[in-house]
Each structure stands twice: as C-alpha cells, then as structure tokens.
Design a protein around this ligand. Structure first.
Ligand SMILES: Cc1ncc(COP(=O)(O)O)c(C=O)c1O
Length: 411
C-alpha cells in the first residue's frame, strides 16, 4: 500500500492535502502516514502465520515517541542500540521482555541499565563484552539473558556502509569463536544464553543472503544442543529493502523484498531449531510511509546548470550526502510543463549538501513546495543541528487528519 497520491494535481498523504500541511506547519517538515505503517506491520505479521515470533522495531530507523507509542500499542517489540534508545523504548511502553539490545560499544552504565531493565536479551558482540556483562550481572545479582551476535561473513551485495555481516565489518563474533562464547556464557552463574543474533545489513534486496544466514544459524543451534545448550530464539536482524524508485502507484509495493515471500522460507529453515524467530525491521516499516516537505528558497542558473535551493538540507536528511542515496523528488502541485534537469540543493555550507542531483523537474519558482519521498526511515534520526539549524517538526497523518508528533526545534 502506497499512501501518497495526486488528487486534482495536488499531492496528498492519505486524505490530507500536503500543501495545506506545509502552509500551516512550515517547512522543512516530516510527514508520516499511519495507515501505511500499520499495513506494512500487518504484512509482516501475516507472513509468520502461527509460527512463534517477535517483531522488534529498530528504533534507529525512526524513534519519534508518538510513533513508538503506537507501535508498542500494536504489540510490537523493540530493537535498540544505545541506552538512549532503550530509555525511549521503555518510555513508549514497549515491554522489556520484547526488547533486544545490540551494539558493538555498550558502556558499563548502558549494560547495567539494560540488565536492571530485565530486557529480552543483550546481544553480545565480543568476548570482552561478554565477560564485562557477566561481571556486572554478578555484581547486581541478576541472572541476565544474553544472545551472541554472530558475524557470519555473508555479503548482502549492497552499499558498503549498510553491510554489517562480512568478516571485515566490526559487528559480531566470528562463527569460529561462537561455540566457545556460548560454552563460557553457559558456565556463568549470572548469565543465561537464550539466543543467537545475526543482522547482516540494511536495505537488503536479495533473498539469498537471508537464506544463507538462516541456514548457518540453524545448523549452529542444532550443533550447540550437543553441548547441552538449548537456545530459545534465533534473531535474524532487520534489513528488508524498500523501493526508493516507485513511490506513487496505488498497486505499488513499497518493499523490494516481500516479507510474505521471504519469511515463510526462513521459517521453513529455522523450524528445525525449534526456536522462536525474532526479526528487527526498521526501514521497511516506516521508510516508504514518510516524506520530507521542503520549500524552494531560490533558483539560479550557472553555466547552463539549474540549481534549486530549498529550505531542507543535509542536516535534515543526510542519506543523499552520506550514501549517495536516491530519493524521488515530487512537486506538491503537479504541473505537466516541460521538465528540465536541476540539482536540488540545501542551504548548508557544504558542496555535499544536496537532496537530488540532475533531476528532471518542471520549472520551479521561489515558494514552490517539494516532497522528498521515502524519507520515513533514517531521516529524522540522522538529522543534526549542523550549521546551527533547528531540526524539523514531524506530523502523523491518519485518514483525513494530522497531528504534530514533534514540534520544530528551537535553538
Ligand atoms: C542490529 C540491527 N537491527 C536492525 C536494524 C534495522 O535494519 P533495517 O532498518 O534495514 O530494517 C539495524 C540497522 O542497521 C541493526 O543494526
């Protein structure tokens, strides 16, 4: 389900005219569609049928507290990677027993906070972290559930910055050392090994890496039983890729990797382990259902090149500058005029501050509004105050209404 469409040449989110929202609330402005998010959640849920599972939403994709409260209310769990995210998840009402905490660099106080919060599992990323966690758990006299994050050396064949499961990446413990880690953990009085975790990357668009990951983990769990260690869950991480190209058609599928195809195949593999399946989707849940609205400040021509300077920059949406990521850019008022190439650039004092280069767009004037599409994930969470710019406001659309879920920042 794609929730953005033109009605009488005006871009709408569900039944809300985005021009009216931008005129009232100002720009830059993030806008999310609730029905889009809920429909994607439903697709994930359906895919599991009645297989035991937990969907743990990855807060790093979007940690707006208004949105998190809705997800927690839907029975979803949380995947967090810092003490700050853990606090946000708890504040939003995610039950601790549905929270997984990964991250290569947890501080002692973050580990203590997670142990005291009695979360589902700390996903441990090194032997040293395992030993520190055991010592803190012993000091607190709290038996702590841990999962070991494996680095399975699997290539998702995606952007190098979004690849996390190759041996050259900093994440997880190599397979050759994982058995030793589990045996050590099982012998500790205050550790309880409950799961195995492997998140191999983000925006994965091929099914093969998923299948390979599931097979490697399942084989391992079965072998570990011979050591007398019975795990409860297998956590395959997040990473479902979204379509940054097709952003409008009603029949469009915002996900490039369909959970309803992939998840049954994964379950077919992991059911031999007898373990519950955990997934940690972030981008796929919210990415396609959010846009960043921005207004044209100035237009200019330089040696045949057209620049459109808008009021949103790399501090509001970093993905184009950081990953050279493509986001479709649409005028809020559709015009059938002849299109010409233009660079859509922000106001930040960096040449790398752009939202789209060489885009075919109709003539644009000062005051025109644009939507940067598919910006719901890794948009606001990567925003900063660079150039001392306040971060944008965020609104949530529900059918024909919207509400502000975060005020515009005041510096
Ligand atoms: C441990 C972990 N889980 C889940 C995710 C979410 O990935 P995605 O937003 O691609 O679904 C990430 C992001 O890289 C991650 O690092």
């Amino acid at each position: 389900m794609i929730t953005f469409s033109y009605k009488d040449d005006n871009l709408f989110c569900e039944s809300v005219d985005l021009t009216q929202v931008a005129d009232t609330e100002g720009t830059p402005l993030y806008v999310y569609s609730l029905s889009g998010v809920l429909s994607t959640l439903e697709r994930f849920r359906r895919s599991f049928a009645d297989y035991p599972h937990k969907l743990c939403f990855a807060l790093k994709a979007n940690s707006n507290s208004g949105l998190l409260k809705i997800l927690a209310g839907q029975g979803v769990g949380a995947d967090v990677v810092s003490g700050g995210e853990l606090q946000l998840a708890l504040n939003a009402g995610f039950p601790p027993e549905k929270i997984a905490y990964a991250g290569v660099g947890k501080t002692d106080s973050e580990i203590e906070f997670a142990i005291r919060s009695r979360i589902m599992a700390l996903n441990i990323e090194s032997m040293q972290e395992l030993k520190v966690t055991a010592a803190i758990a012993e000091r607190l006299k709290i038996v702590t559930p841990v999962a070991i994050r494996v680095n399975p050396d699997i290539d998702i064949e995606g952007h190098p910055y979004l690849t996390t499961g190759k041996s050259a990446n900093k994440f997880g413990i190599p397979f050759s050392k994982v058995r030793e880690a589990f045996i050590w953990a099982a012998a500790q009085p205050y550790l309880r090994p409950v799961g195995i975790h492997s998140h191999i990357g983000s925006n994965i668009v091929k099914i093969d890496p998923w299948i390979m990951n599931a097979k490697k983990l399942t084989d391992f769990i079965i072998h570990l039983k011979a050591d007398g260690i019975e795990l409860e869950h297998v956590d395959l991480g997040g990473g479902f890729g979204v379509d940054y190209g097709t952003v409008l058609t009603e029949q469009g599928n915002p996900l490039l990797l369909d959970p309803e195809v992939v998840i049954p195949k994964l379950i077919d593999i992991i059911k031999k382990s007898g373990c519950e399946c955990i997934l940690e989707p972030g981008r796929s849940i919210i990415g396609p259902h959010g846009v960043l609205l921005t207004r044209v400040l100035f237009t200019k021509q330089s040696r045949g090149k057209r620049f459109v300077v808008v009021d949103a920059g790399m501090n509001d949406l970093l993905r184009p500058s950081l990953y050279n990521a493509h986001h479709e850019i649409l005028p809020l008022q559709y015009r059938n005029d002849k299109r010409e190439k233009a660079d859509i650039v922000g106001p930040v004092c960096e040449t790398g501050d752009f939202l789209g280069l060489d885009r075919n767009l109709p003539p644009l004037q000062r005051g025109d509004l644009l939507a940067i599409m598919t910006a719901g994930a890794y948009g606001y969470t990567l925003a900063s105050n660079y150039n001392s710019r306040p971060r944008p406001a965020e609104v949530l659309v529900e059918k024909n209404q919207y509400r502000i879920i975060r005020e515009r920042e005041i510096l």
